[in-house]
Write a protein that binds this ligand. Structure first.
Ligand code: F6P
Length: 317
């Protein structure tokens, strides 16, 4: 078969190992594999590149995505998707593997509904997709955050300050919870565990009165303006407070061993599914096993929050 592969949405460390796995496992199964540049926009522009073993050599350790990525609003439009399908059919491409997050899966589902065979691989640092325990990129981003918080702890302690650290995650608290747990953060605020400002300030006062030299607050993006929150904490809690927005640094860097292996497994599993003519599904890892579910089912499932880990934070404080 002729297979196309693309990366879409926010890039995530491990996308390159996933591309490599799709290409190599695809070629080893006797398929032809085409890389699509810059996500769905490359499909619409007909920007394809035939891949060889060599075109994916030495990319295992590279962050970002060699295929480029984009967010394409126009792909909501059926006429635009039809152009994408026509472009693929023109060169004989019979199925598509997409690597990305929620928006990427929405595009994949829409193509599936139009009768084009698609397989999804979860690639996003946010870990906000249902149907998988982990998404490719999550663990590398987590390591980046942990390294940053450890550094922030040093300076917060030296200055007897409170440090607010804003992580990415869109609306999902997994990065904040697991980073907070890994770094012994005193407070973790996520969409699932909302901010109660008065409670936070009261607890910080107690913290200060107990003679603690610093406090770390990890908070998911899109909850509040962290710089204003820092000012209010400084004013009311007795702790001088500073906020750090980690931002896009979380999306970069060499993928961790865990993400490289997960990407390899998922990319190769996508080819197994193609060989079995199974399409319209998203790949996941659950209890360490590869699984797949129809896109529709994934959208209907609730992404389990890491409640047990959240509770652990206060048990270990
Ligand atoms: O989906 C990954 C992500 O990094 C989110 O954590 C963040 O909210 C968003 O992408 C940022 O998107 P953009 O790159 O379009 O600014």
């Amino acid at each position: 078969m002729k297979i196309a592969v693309l990366t879409s949405g926010g890039d995530a460390p491990g996308m390159n190992p996933a591309i490599r796995a799709v290409v190599r496992a695809g070629l080893n199964s006797g398929h032809e594999v085409y890389g699509v540049m810059d996500g769905y926009s490359g499909l619409v522009e007909g920007n394809f590149e035939k891949m060889s073993r060599k075109s994916v050599s030495e990319i295992l350790q590279k962050g970002g995505t060699i295929l480029g990525t984009a967010r394409m609003k126009d792909f909501h439009n059926k006429d635009v998707r039809q152009i994408a399908i026509d472009n693929m059919r023109k060169i004989g491409i019979e199925c598509l593997v997409v690597i990305g997050g929620d928006g990427t899966y929405r595009g994949a589902q829409a193509l599936t509904e139009m009768g084009f065979p698609v397989i999804g691989i979860p690639g996003t640092i946010d870990n906000d997709l249902a149907g998988t325990d982990f998404t490719i990129g999550f663990h590398t981003a987590l390591d980046t955050i942990v390294e940053a918080i450890d550094k922030l702890r040093d300076t917060a302690s030296s200055h007897q300050r409170c440090s607010i650290v804003e992580t990415m995650g869109r609306n999902c608290g997994d990065l904040a919870i697991m980073a907070g747990l890994s770094c012994g953060a005193e407070f973790i605020i996520t969409q699932e565990h909302k901010l109660n400002k008065n409670d936070l300030i009261e607890k910080l006062k107690v913290h200060k009165s107990e003679g603690r030299r610093n406090a770390i607050i990890v908070i998911t993006e899109n909850i509040t303006n962290v710089h204003e929150l820092a000012d209010e904490i400084t004013e009311k809690s007795g702790f001088a407070c500073r906020a750090t927005v980690l931002g896009y640094v979380q999306r970069g860097g060499s993928p961790s061993a865990e993400d490289r292996i997960l990407a390899g497994r998922m990319g190769s599993f996508a080819i197994d599914l193609i060989n079995n003519q199974t399409f319209g599904v998203a790949i996941g890892v659950m209890n360490s096993k590869m699984i797949y579910l129809p896109f529709e089912e994934v959208f209907q499932m609730k992404n389990e929050s890491m409640e047990e880990l959240y509770q652990l934070v206060s048990k270990l404080s």
